[in-house]
Design a protein around this ligand. Structure first.
Ligand SMILES: Cc1ncc(COP(=O)(O)O)c(C=O)c1O
Length: 364
């Protein structure tokens, strides 16, 4: 795609479906998150698993993020190729193939990785020391999500192993509390507090045994206003809130953010009374957590999605034409952006730039 042909033109010039970012709304969300971190003396390392674009990652860094968090080694490769130089892979990197890829990245950028297993630490240590590089490690704690991470009691064993082995350096702890994000407001505050306390206990425990714990990392968009103010973490991973979506807004009740990520679709059929059909189904919007929301037409509502069509209920007294556009907000940016190759950057309806989503499909 020749992106220059779109720059300076109205977003309606781009064919549908088109994924676009209201860059002013994005920047305002970023400022909110960064200012919240500043106020609480927490470093911001936003997760880019949803946005998957190095250009977007660089904009976050230029706005004050220390670096980025990502989920996969292939995602990290894309970010490094795009110019990012400070990354946390907040995930376990297992197997020699992936560890070798991690080592290659670490020759160009500062990389830190989460570990919850002794064999995994030994494997990273061996390959890193054979390659003369040092990989930073966070001991991954299970803070109640029951996904990855060790129990509090096992953290010292892993910390000692990392400290004793060559090629790896202990930087601190990670405790991601995914189980908190969808809770109601009181429970969210209380469980975030429990998580924060657990991380603090783990930290004190390790420090009392002589380990230096520089980083305690965690927090997501669904609870960052708690996690970043409770004292347990000093690095925040929340990132998706810069884009925002229906899931963050209505299921996680993220306060004071605004929608920044949109899809423009067009009507391709009006044969059923009270309904229009858009050229955007779940292959365009994703539907992992729910249905997208129509924001351009007050009475229009997504009824259902098939692969390539979105069925929208509309006021039957109002007439709609083929080719008319509607604007949708994805339900969950994380399961939407990766379906697209380009993100149109829009200011006051005019395309300023087109960013490649070069991390789409980066799953290894
Ligand atoms: C390890 C980790 N950190 C942080 C997050 C939060 O990301 P976001 O703020 O984009 O929702 C997630 C979400 O799945 C995650 O898995």
């Amino acid at each position: 795609m020749d992106k220059t042909s779109f720059i300076g033109k109205h977003i309606d010039y781009a064919d549908t479906p088109v994924l676009w970012l209201n860059i002013d709304a994005f920047d305002r969300n970023v400022i909110r998150m960064k200012e919240f971190c500043n106020k609480n003396s927490v470093i911001w390392r936003p997760h880019v698993k949803a946005s998957k674009s190095p250009d977007l990652a660089l904009r976050l860094i230029n706005s004050g993020a220390v670096g980025i968090t990502c989920a996969k080694v292939s995602e990290a490769e894309v970010m490094v190729a795009g110019g990012v130089r400070d990354l946390l892979i907040a995930n376990e990197i297992v197997g020699n193939t992936k560890i070798n890829r991690l080592i290659e990245i670490s020759k160009i950028a500062k990389v830190c990785v989460a570990c919850d297993d002794e064999q995994n630490i030994q494997d990273i240590s061996k390959i890193a020391s054979d390659s003369n590089v040092i990989i930073d490690v966070l001991v991954d704690l299970n803070v109640g999500m029951d996904r990855c991470g060790v129990h509090l009691d096992k953290a010292p064993v892993l910390a000692k192993l990392v400290s004793d082995l060559p090629g790896v350096r202990l930087r601190g702890l990670m405790g991601y509390e995914g189980h908190v994000m969808g809770l109601d407001s009181d429970d969210k505050r209380d469980v975030s507090k429990d998580v924060s306390e657990l991380i603090s206990v783990a930290r004190r425990n390790l420090e009392s045994q002589g380990f230096e714990i520089e980083i305690c990392s965690g927090g997501g968009t669904g609870n960052y206003w708690h996690s970043a103010s409770l004292g347990g973490i000093n690095e925040l991973q929340a990132g998706g809130g810069a884009l925002m979506d229906v899931n963050y807004m209505e299921q996680m009740n993220v306060p004071n953010h605004e929608y920044a990520l949109f899809i423009n679709a067009q009507i391709v059929s009006t044969t059923v009374p009270g309904q229009v059909v858009l050229d955007s189904g779940w292959k365009t919007t994703g539907r992992h957590t729910g249905l997208p929301k129509v924001v351009s037409h007050p009475d229009a509502k997504v009824k259902s999605l098939s692969a390539e069509h979105g069925m929208i209920s509309v006021d039957s007294n109002h007439s709609f034409n083929h080719g008319e556009r509607m604007t949708l907000v994805p339900h969950y940016s994380d399961s939407t952006v990766l379906l697209h190759r380009n993100l149109f950057i829009v200011k006051n309806d005019i395309v300023e730039d087109v960013w490649e989503i070069s991390g789409s499909g980066a799953l290894q």
